[in-house]
Design a protein. Structure first.
Length: 391
């Protein structure tokens, strides 16, 4: 199974790329209505209630960049009628395609598209092949216009302002026409999200070693420090909450916590996981909901044998296999649910749905195209996969 390596700050890369190595032991009692119980190394509080999926749609206040921490190259967006995604063509290059929501009636729109997709005000903003230069595609007129020159790892659209992030050169901004160029940050930075009129971004403080979260008002350049705590690594900003990563030296576990921007403090511990048992593949965060994709080792599904009279050695160790499990944390109820297995490891939100993808990666483990696209339909503490397209 393909593992995701995290191309962000070194401290986060160390924390997030641990591989699973042993089975988890279930200790919780769970009602029939709830999902499968989980090892105490992942903090859960399941009961008779069921989880309701929270929709998270694209808006001109900022497309959903929730998974940019794991893979800065956003490869799928959606409007009311269509999916738009990056896929490799028969020529070996990546192109932008459009299809119906179920994957039918696929059409190639752009023959030179590297990703970093944003859907804003009737335009698809994207990077060219190999993530060079930034363009906009008018969905109605099909006209392509180059906006910006450069190489950027991610693009974020907020209120008609484009923010381009490069971990070496910082963050710059311009409008949809390429005008009003401004420098936001000159150091190694990544965009964490948007909230209440401000763009939030993180950078590594070379003096203290801390990962600092700053905010800058949309359209301006003066930033202010929001969170500077050497014990917390801020990852994602969504709806007034900051998903942060820390560690517990006593248990050798890694811990996800929520920091409230309005209250200026940590308000909740989301979950903890033992890196010797669980390997974290991917994170996605929508309004009120956080999704975690873990690779775990579980007892392998038994296979039928030709000899029905064969005996079983009771002392033999059961075979194990790596499986990818989806967990969801509901911020309002403060409950974690294990929803079940998924085929792919990388999650991306587009329109009203959560998708998982598989595809090719570059030398830094950044995904550059989609080979397999699967929609996740979540309800009643379970997940159902719907294949949009497969190889």
């Amino acid at each position: 199974m393909k593992k995701i390596l995290v191309p962000i700050l070194a401290v986060s890369m160390v924390l997030l790329t641990a591989c699973s190595s042993s089975s988890a032991t279930s200790t919780a009692t769970v009602s029939p209505e709830a999902s499968e119980s989980v090892s105490t190394t992942i903090t859960v509080d399941n009961d008779n209630s069921t989880y309701s999926y929270v929709e998270d749609e694209n808006t001109d206040a900022g497309y959903n960049i929730s998974n940019s921490i794991i893979t800065p190259n956003n490869l799928i967006v959606a409007d009311d009628n269509y999916l738009y995604y990056v896929k490799k063509g028969s020529d070996g290059l990546t192109h932008l395609y459009r299809s119906d929501k179920d994957g039918k009636n696929e059409t190639m729109l752009i023959d030179n598209c590297g990703g970093n997709l944003n859907l804003v005000n009737g335009y698809i903003v994207y990077s060219g092949q190999s993530l060079y230069d930034i363009y906009k595609y008018n969905i109605s007129t099909k006209k392509i216009t180059r906006i910006f020159y450069g190489v950027y790892e991610s693009i974020y659209a907020a209120n008609n302002v484009l923010y381009m992030s490069n971990s070496l050169n910082g963050i710059v901004s311009c409008d949809l026409n390429g005008n009003n160029y401004q420098i936001i940050s000159k150091t190694n930075s990544y965009i964490a999200g948007y909230y209440n009129g401000y763009l939030y971004y993180s950078y590594s403080d070379s003096t203290t070693g801390a990962t600092v979260l700053n905010k800058v008002k949309i359209g301006e350049t003066t930033s202010t420090v929001v969170l500077d705590d050497s014990t917390l690594t801020p990852l994602i900003v969504k709806g007034g909450d900051v998903l942060c990563l820390t560690s517990d030296s006593a248990t050798s576990s890694y811990v996800f916590e929520l920091y409230s921007l309005d209250e200026s403090k940590v308000t909740d511990t989301v979950l903890s996981f033992d890196p010797n048992t669980y390997g974290l593949n991917s994170i996605a965060m929508s309004k009120g909901t956080i999704y975690f994709s873990f690779v775990e080792e579980e007892t392998a599904t038994p296979t039928a044998t030709a000899d029905a009279t064969a005996t079983v050695d009771p002392t033999a160790t059961a075979a194990t296999e790596e499986v990818n499990n989806l967990y969801v944390y509901d911020i309002a109820s403060k409950k974690t649910y294990k929803l079940g297995k998924t085929t792919n490891v990388l999650m991306m939100l587009a329109g009203k749905y959560l998708y998982t993808i598989d595809g090719d990666t570059d030398s830094s483990y950044k995904y550059i195209d989609i080979t397999t696209l699967t929609r996740l339909d979540i309800s009643g503490n379970s997940v159902k996969e719907t294949d949009i397209f497969t190889p």
